[in-house]
Design a protein around this ligand. Structure first.
Ligand SMILES: Cc1cc2nc3c(=O)[nH]c(=O)nc-3n(C[C@H](O)[C@H](O)[C@H](O)COP(=O)(O)OP(=O)(O)OC[C@H]3O[C@@H](n4cnc5c(N)ncnc54)[C@H](O)[C@@H]3O)c2cc1C
Length: 396
């Protein structure tokens, strides 16, 4: 069989197909395999999360849950341990290799794939199905390969220089699949040029970010760190909320810099403080709760009612006039893709094309930050590899 795309999902599929007895040829267009694994998690590879549920993902959650159940976190930890990667859990719940090196993960996966015929610099330019008996003709720059079965694991469009440039969607379409609109997820957001918040570059705050539709309804709320940068905003909270802001366009984004406070609770607290201590300033009142750089030295008791309300509004509903996202070059994941209802989720086999299976980020699934996207890739890849072999009458 041929596996197209040797990222996290394709490597898992290859390992488990070859363990099940298949002869596997893995084709990848990149010159070196595993670029995305190497840059993941800041070079440390956040392999998974100590708790993974379908609620950590966007997409059809019932469908996602079916796949996640087939390879849970405990099995993932045991699998990596079995190939020589011990994982450690950090305070955030994220699991990393104890070496803190993504290369440990990649090398172990490549070791486990030693029986797989891995061909790098083999970009697949076309896939034609010629019926179950005849299988597929896989076109590459180096000629054609005939394969009775194909697994498509070409990823999405995020960070295209790693090899995942979205061409896999064309391959899926050519075999009868549809592709929902794709857009960047887990992506930093850009503020207008010279916006005052960009002067706070380097400052990070705990924030509750809210996406509102034009009628004011909150369509998404995410709590997490927001990092101000020279172009706008980033950090885990912003990355998590980004796909919701994009999907809800035209939508607005605001941040509460004091999660848990409401406009009323904060105004009451400020008035109380101004009465108790006439010399209290915004800075002294909020010291310890917000970084110094964010705080003004305005004296609370001297603020007019309107000024006080503006300060409070900015603390609990700071407008973030995002002009755009930073695009696929900076997105960790791609939202959208091949819909899960075109896949038999017990096996990852295509419902549109006999002999084809799909796994990983090419599918319409994206997870929040924290190891969830890899967990999807591991689980769906393993299932695709194991079950494609099951269906064959010979060992492929
Ligand atoms: C900077 C960054 C950091 C990340 N950090 C984390 C993290 O710490 N934890 C986490 O869970 N997730 C993380 N992610 C997300 C995670 O890396 C992906 O969700 C996951 O790698 C997707 O796996 P995949 O195998 O489906 O696709 P990919 O890893 O994108 O692999 C697809 C492969 O297919 C190949 N390919 C594409 N088209 C063709 C073609 N036509 N012919 C042949 N080969 C082709 C590509 O070269 C590539 O090797 C991060 C992503 C980025 C960009």
């Amino acid at each position: 069989m041929v596996v197209v795309g040797g990222g996290a999902a394709g490597l898992m599929a290859s390992i488990f197909a070859s363990r099940a007895g298949a002869r596997v040829v893995l084709l990848d267009g990149a010159k070196k395999i595993g670029a995305k694994i190497l840059i993941s998690g800041g070079g440390r590879c956040n392999v998974t999360h100590h708790e993974v549920t379908a609620n950590d993902f966007n997409g059809n959650r019932n469908a996602i849950a079916k796949v996640l159940r087939t390879f849970d976190v405990a099995e993932t930890i045991a699998f990596f341990e079995s190939i020589g990667v011990r994982l450690k859990r950090e305070e955030t719940g994220k699991l990393f290799p104890t070496t803190d090196r993504a290369r440990t993960v990649l090398e172990a996966l490549l070791g486990a794939a030693r029986d797989v015929d891995i061909r790098v610099d083999h970009r697949v330019t076309g896939l034609a199905a010629s019926g179950l008996r005849d299988g597929f003709v896989v076109r590459t720059a180096h000629g054609e390969i005939h394969a009775p079965r194909v697994i498509l694991s070409t990823g999405g469009r995020s960070v295209p220089k790693t090899g995942s440039d979205g061409f896999g969607y064309e391959l899926a379409r050519s075999l009868g699949h549809t592709v929902t609109p794709v857009f960047p997820a887990l992506v930093p957001l850009v503020l207008p040029d010279g916006h005052p918040l960009t002067l706070l570059s380097g400052t990070s705050v705990d924030a509750e970010l809210s996406v509102r539709s034009p009628n004011g309804k909150v369509v998404a709320r995410v709590r997490g760190a927001m990092l101000f940068t020279h172009f706008g905003i980033s950090g885990p909270g912003v990355l998590d909320v980004s796909r919701h802001w994009i999907a809800a366009q035209p939508a607005t984004l605001t941040a509460s810099l004091l999660p848990g406070e409401t406009f009323e609770s904060l105004e009451t607290a400020i008035l109380g403080e101004a009465r108790r201590n006439p010399r209290a300033t915004v800075a002294s009142f909020l010291r310890g709760r917000l970084p110094e750089r964010l705080l003004s030295s305005d004296v609370l008791s001297k603020l007019t009612k309107d000024e006080r309300r503006r300060v409070v509004r900015n603390l609990v509903e700071l407008p973030l006039p995002v002009v755009r996202d930073r695009g696929f070059d900076y997105a960790e994941v791609t939202a959208g893709g091949v819909p899960l209802d075109e896949i038999d989720l017990a096996t990852m086999r295509s419902r549109k094309c006999e002999g084809l299976s799909l796994c990983g980020e090419i599918l319409d699934v994206d997870g929040r930050i924290g190891g969830f996207n890899f967990q999807w890739a591991w689980a769906s890849g393993k299932l695709a590899g194991e079950k494609l072999v099951d269906m064959s009458t010979n060992a492929l």
